[in-house]
Write a protein of this length. Structure first.
Lengths: 973, 118, 229
């Protein structure tokens, strides 16, 4: 019972503080910290006593009696297990932020403590009128703190809070009067005994009050203005205490309202979620963005109240609300990062963790609750499910944009902001705590990919790819920062990915690998934009995957819509043409060996997903295989064309990557043994050569500081080994016989002929021709031609970068001469899959036989080597001495010579082709995306117009909402 | 009978009328202090309705002594006491913030306080 | 114009809603719900013959504590906000009538206020009305003087002490009877006497002091900030 004092200790502190003469003197700080620490200790004891920490039964409670007699005569506070956890968050937030007010408003301590008391009171209130008193304390403290802070728009923000709380007072007291007149009681339980007209009236009044106080769309205007106008200290404190209290209180009251069918909450919530998040896309100021995010969580609460009940409801709401509030607290407590100059690497991460939490990325706590909640929605309320998913995706987009925009300017002293660090730390500890609670759901039996051979191939692929990127991680240039940790996390979860035994495990590993890579990418120079695009597409593909998994009702994937959604998820992740935007923005921006990892290794996760979907949904043949093959072929072609025209080494490789992945899609789309053999062979091969190429690019960047073709050229003399390895990779992917690339193409074309898909064959072949153009461009632009004087001092790449390239080049040679090493493993495994059609290639020694022909790689290789050897001997003995020409050794016939960059041989290399093809309509995926994003912007702007900034408009919104609710309820009854 | 009927309902109607006038004022007035006044008006109306919710005609105030046995409901009166004080507190704060906000924006017109929007 | 029409429309529709909903109410003839329980057992439970005070201070004491906090927060906020802005010049001097009245009335008013506070459990009144009356005396003093007396230290001390007293009286009940703010930690005495109803008179005093000091604090802040700029 004494522990229940936790609710009122802050109040005593407030009274004492108001009395102490020099406010915010040492004495008053001592008082504050004493009551806060004592209160915190009591709350912790209570939470242990009530068994809150395993989240099993959150309805355990201790009753705090007050007054004389018992309810309904007097008032009780019910200290529930769930409430203690929320109270813990509130106490922690106040303890970690109270010192920050010392600077600007030293006398605000009593108000802060009063706000905490009100929050705790509201959290535990069981009486309608008692809640009203706490609501008023909270509003007054908010208005006071806002108006007393030192930022420009404080008066306006305070006025809007005051206006809304005035209206809330009136509506609430009307509800109290009607409730009392009808039932003769004021306890929350009395709400249930209402009937008839009074029930409707009290419901609509209280629902309007709740939606307004929650700042849920469409009554969110005042909240947005408040978050925008209040100082970040006030807004942070507010979101972790008062806002959280209101959310938890609403969660308590909503199920008690005699509204008939609670599904109406879900409709308000789901509709509001989508619309408010559309508007959120257009929000500019940091505070406002977080305001929209608050609104999203309020809407989620409404959806939860409308669709779930009992312990599940309590747990979901508790986890969602407590952690979203804490993460907003941390973000606000980072101060005004957008106003400071300079930034630190820690700041980026510090800011990213709360953002990831808000976006519900595993393994952060909100994810677990969101996953369980969405699963429930997918099973029982599909329409609400789609709306919620769409809303959550939109939220993720603007949160990542917020992060990308702001973290660049985050304070140098981010680490000296203990409150933000503490908030993030709490989140991380909670992540471990909650993850271990839900750990049992995970399954690493690998049953998604039944064939252990395929599993092992992917395990090996991911592990090798990650390991080969690791030696070079410290070879960074300029302002690139350490990314090895994130590379390792991402690589580790990828390596585990094939072992996933159920949907949630797969999804978690998938998301961890994606978002660890996002952080890794963000460490590059000016890479925030690239990281943002990566994050957006990764979350888009993540949500598609999630939808697929959740709609599959327990199994990993079901045929039909879930399988389609998951296929789309894989395509987005692969950078299928149309979504390739992220590849070409992210790869060039990523630091050091990160692009090699992303393009060579991480993209194979999507291949794994496609394989898993095909195997689990239909046993191999996806119904949209042909469409996928077409998409793959066109991607191969378009990617190749764009690669040829790219002016930058890394960009060229990014487009080439998009193009090469098209072949994999064609192979998988064939759904024949030949096709799959080709696809998986090419998957391995692509990983090898693309990593070699990107590591080569990393070497060149490391030594020259640039990847623009204009500034490169002639590096063969400076970096012969890098050149040699790149050459091997280029020959291989161009599909020239002795090396590995030929086999993949041969198998693929065989498969296409076998299936009779000749048009696709033609497109794919044409794409291979275009590949020659860019492979030549690549070699010539970087290594051949004249050496730019800027690179006169370039040296051979360091061993850490060179060695992995050497290993990769050697693998290409081995795979080129002895492809049967891989095929011997692959073909039997694929033959065992019943869903694949066609005949398997037969392997006899070094010979590979299909119905179309035979291929003896060893023989061909030896022959080609012999021919090359003879040619080289002739060249050598001829004693031919080439003449070397400097880059600027050109006559200009009296004209003013243009800049060295422009006369560079590589400048506008393929101009003739571009001119020749100019009559073709230019399809820019960028433009399509611009169109899409413009449409969204317009929609968002349309929604935003509701929030005119005139306080009276917000009041009118509330009243109109009330009227509409009445009409709706009466129409529905 | 009819007199108490009339009294009873006119009490509710007065309260309701005050609330509605107050809300109308809140929605349509531009001057920040007029809005504050409108809120006070609506508050008063609500308080009247609260009192009405426990009112019984022809009964005494709820102070029990030997001569008084039939009284009105004491609870709403207690609520109103609380609500009045809260109303005073909110109004005091509102006026301060309103006056200072209008000093900042140079006018007491709420339409000029739209820096924060969208 | 549009706003007026929309406002009018909203208000009229609201009126219609409220009227249709309360349509099924009839004039009650007997108490029901907790009201009935209070009248039956109130005096016995609390020892206070004024049932409103019994409800305010004893049964629903938590509400009252909250209400005190509301006032406390508001006055703290007002003082806090007004200290942040430049203080205006001296106020306009009072007329001789006000000055004269302010010289003789406050004593009587304060006495009256104290009477209301201390007889809260016996007759209409209690801490809130009494405190407000006392504060009005302070207001009158302020209006009648040419200068602004700075009594904020004194006021805030009273305010805090009263608040603490209220809180600690509440804890007393919690520790002895397991019920926060239970008024019968001391014997109830015989109902109707001035010393009766347990600690209700004490709490009333605390509330009265707090309300008086807080309202006075708000007035004096207003007064300080109110001059011409």
């Amino acid at each position: 019972m004494v522990k229940a004092l936790a609710v009122f200790l802050p109040l005593l502190g407030a009274f004492i503080n108001a009395w102490l003469p020099g406010k915010h003197s040492k004495a008053s700080r001592f008082v504050s910290y004493t009551v806060l620490t004592a209160g915190l200790a009591f709350v912790v004891l209570l939470s242990i006593q009530l068994g809150a920490w395993n989240l099993a039964d959150l309805s355990n409670s201790v009753i705090f009696h007050s007054g004389v007699g018992s309810p309904p005569l007097s008032i009780n506070l019910e200290i529930t297990a769930g409430g203690t956890l929320a109270a813990l968050a509130m106490y922690a937030a106040v303890i970690f932020s109270i010192h920050r007010f010392a600077l600007h408003t030293p006398k605000s301590q009593p108000l802060i403590l009063a706000m905490l008391t009100a929050s705790l009171g509201l959290l535990f209130a069981t009486d309608i009128f008692n809640s009203f008193v706490f609501l008023e304390i909270g509003s007054i403290a908010t208005i006071g703190l806002t108006a007393a802070s030192r930022c420009g728009s404080r008066w306006e923000a305070a006025i809007k809070v005051a206006l809304v709380s005035g209206l809330v007072t009136i509506l609430y007291l009307l509800a109290v009067a009607v409730l009392y007149r009808s039932t003769g009681m004021l306890t929350m339980a009395a709400l249930g005994s209402l009937s008839g007209g009074a029930a409707v009236l009290v419901s609509i009044l209280l629902l309007t009050v709740i939606v307004t106080e929650l700042k849920a769309f469409p009554l969110a205007g005042w909240g947005l203005d408040f978050y925008q106008g209040a100082s970040s200290n006030v807004a942070g404190l507010y979101s972790a205490t008062w806002s959280l209290a209101v959310l938890m209180w609403a969660a308590k009251v909503l199920p008690l309202l005699p509204i008939g069918n609670p599904i109406i909450y879900a409709w308000i919530g789901a509709g509001g979620l989508v619309l408010s998040q559309l508007a959120g896309l257009r929000a500019g100021s940091a505070g406002r963005i977080l305001g929209y995010s608050t609104s999203a969580y309020a809407s989620l609460l409404l959806v939860a109240a409308g669709t779930t009940t009992g312990a599940f409801y309590t747990r979901t709401v508790l986890v969602l609300m407590v952690f979203s509030s804490l993460s907003k607290f941390s973000l606000f407590m980072l101060g005004n990062p957008w106003k400071n100059r300079g930034w630190s690497g820690y700041g980026t991460v510090l800011m990213l963790i709360p953002v990831l939490l808000l976006a519900g990325i595993p393994p952060l706590p909100v994810f677990w609750a969101k996953f369980a909640f969405l699963k429930h929605l997918a099973l029982h309320f599909p329409v609400v499910f789609y709306a919620v998913l769409a809303g959550l995706f939109l939220e993720a987009v603007y949160l990542f944009r917020f992060w990308a925009d702001r973290s660049e300017k985050i304070s140098v002293k981010a680490f000296s902001k203990p409150s933000a660090v503490a908030g993030v730390f709490i989140i991380l500890v909670a992540a471990i705590w909650i993850t271990q609670l839900w750990w049992g759901q995970l399954d690493f039996s690998g049953s998604i990919i039944a064939s252990s051979t395929l599993r092992n191939i992917f395990h090996a692929l991911f592990a090798a790819g990650t390991l080969l990127c690791l030696p070079g991680v410290f070879k960074r240039i300029g302002s690139e920062r350490n990314y090895w940790f994130w590379l390792l996390i991402s690589g580790a979860s990828l390596t585990l990915l094939p072992a996933a035994g159920n949907g949630i495990t797969f999804y978690i590993l998938w998301e961890i690998s994606a978002f660890a890579a996002v952080v890794g990418v963000s460490k590059g120079t000016g890479a925030r934009n690239g990281a943002f695009w990566y994050a957006v597409f990764a979350s888009f593909s993540g949500y598609l995957l999630l939808a697929g998994i959740l709609l599959s009702r327990g199994s990993f994937v079901m045929a039909g819509l879930p399988a389609l959604l998951m296929t789309l998820a894989a395509l987005v992740k692969l950078g299928q043409f149309g979504t390739h935007l992220w590849n070409v923005r992210t790869y060039p921006a990523a630091p050091g060996t990160m692009p090699a990892y992303l393009s060579g290794t991480a993209s194979k996760a999507a291949v794994l997903l496609l394989v898993a979907v095909a195997l689990n949904a239909t046993g191999g043949a996806l119904p949209w295989g042909r469409a996928m093959a077409w998409a793959g072929a066109l991607t191969a072609l378009a990617g190749a064309v764009l690669a040829a025209l790219a002016p930058d080494y890394k960009k060229l490789l990014a487009y080439a990557s998009v193009s090469q992945i098209g072949y994999i899609l064609v192979g998988l789309g064939l759904a024949s043994i030949l096709g799959w053999t080709a696809a998986l062979y090419h998957t391995v091969h692509h990983m090898i050569f693309k990593m070699a190429l990107f590591l080569g690019a990393a070497s060149v960047l490391y030594r020259t500081g640039t990847t623009r073709f204009n500034n490169l050229g002639g590096l063969v003399k400076k970096m012969p080994w890098t050149f040699a390895f790149t050459l091997i990779a280029v020959i291989s992917f161009a599909g020239i016989p002795p090396l590995a690339g030929f086999g993949g193409k041969w198998l693929l074309y065989n498969g296409l002929v076998e299936a009779g898909w000749l048009p696709i064959l033609i497109v794919a072949m044409f794409a291979s021709v275009v590949a020659f153009l860019y492979s030549y461009r690549l070699l010539h632009g970087v290594f051949l031609g004249q050496l730019s004087p800027k690179n006169a001092h370039a040296k051979e790449a360091p061993l850490a970068l060179l060695l992995p390239q050497g290993i990769l080049a050697a693998s290409i040679m081995v795979l080129g001469f002895k492809p049967t090493l891989l095929l011997n493993i692959l073909v039997p495994a694929l033959k065992a899959i019943p869903g694949l059609s066609g005949l398997a290639p037969v392997i006899q020694g070094d010979m590979v036989l299909t119905t179309m022909g035979t291929w003896n790689a060893w023989m061909v290789g030896i022959m080609v080597m012999v021919v090359f050897g003879i040619a080289f001997v002739f060249y050598w003995i001829s004693g031919h001495k080439p003449k070397y020409v400097g880059q600027l050794d050109i006559g200009f016939a009296g004209e003013m010579p243009p800049s060295a960059d422009e006369v560079h041989y590589s400048n506008n290399f393929f101009r003739p082709y571009t001119r020749a093809l100019a009559f073709l309509p230019r399809i820019h995926a960028e433009k399509i995306f611009c169109g899409v994003s413009k449409t969204f912007s317009m929609l968002g702007d349309g929604v935003r117009m509701l929030f005119t900034g005139d306080g009276r408009t917000y009041l009118a919104h509330s009243l109109l909402f009330l009227v509409l609710l009445f009409v709706f309820l009466n129409g529905g009854m | 009978m009819s007199a108490e009927y009339l009294f009873y309902w006119s009490m509710a109607a007065t309260g309701l009328g005050l609330v509605l006038i107050g809300l109308w004022g809140v929605l349509t007035r531009k001057h920040i202090l007029r809005i504050a006044l409108a809120f006070t008006l609506a508050d008063t109306g609500v308080n009247l309705i609260l009192v009405w919710s426990g009112f019984l005609p022809n009964r005494a105030a709820p102070i029990i002594d030997s001569s008084v046995t039939t009284v009105v409901d004491p609870l709403p009166q207690a609520l109103v006491l609380t609500s009045i004080v809260i109303g005073v507190a909110v109004a005091a704060l509102f006026v301060v913030v309103g006056v200072l906000a209008s000093r900042k924006s140079g006018s007491a017109d709420i339409r000029h306080m739209k820096e924060l929007r969208w | 114009m549009i706003r007026t029409i929309v406002g009018l429309a909203i208000v009229l529709v609201l009126a219609a809603i409220l009227i249709t909903v309360v349509d099924d109410y009839t004039v009650p003839s007997a108490l029901s719900g907790v009201g009935e329980l209070y009248t039956q057992t109130g005096v016995e439970d609390t020892g206070s013959v004024n049932l409103v005070t019994a409800v305010v201070v004893a049964y629903r004491g938590l509400d009252t504590l909250g209400e005190v906090v509301v006032l406390f927060s508001a006055s703290t906020a007002v003082v806090l906000i007004l200290t942040l802005i430049p203080i205006g010049a001296n106020p306009t001097p009072p007329s001789s009538i006000v000055a004269f009245t302010a010289g003789i009335l406050p004593g009587a008013i304060i006495l009256f206020g104290i009477y209301i506070i201390t007889h809260g459990h016996l007759s209409p009144g209690g801490g809130f009305p009494g405190g407000a009356v006392v504060a009005s005396a302070f207001l009158l003093v302020m209006l009648g003087s040419n200068t602004i007396p700075d009594k904020s230290k004194f006021l805030s001390s009273i305010e805090s002490l009263a608040g603490l007293t209220f809180g600690l009286l509440g804890f007393w009940g919690m520790f002895t009877l397991g019920q926060f703010l239970n008024n019968l930690v001391i014997p109830a005495g015989s109902p109707g006497r001035i010393i009766s109803a347990g600690i209700i008179p004490l709490i009333s005093l605390a509330i009265g002091a707090k309300v008086a000091s807080e309202l006075s604090g708000i007035f004096s802040s207003y007064r300080k900030a109110g001059g011409e700029e």
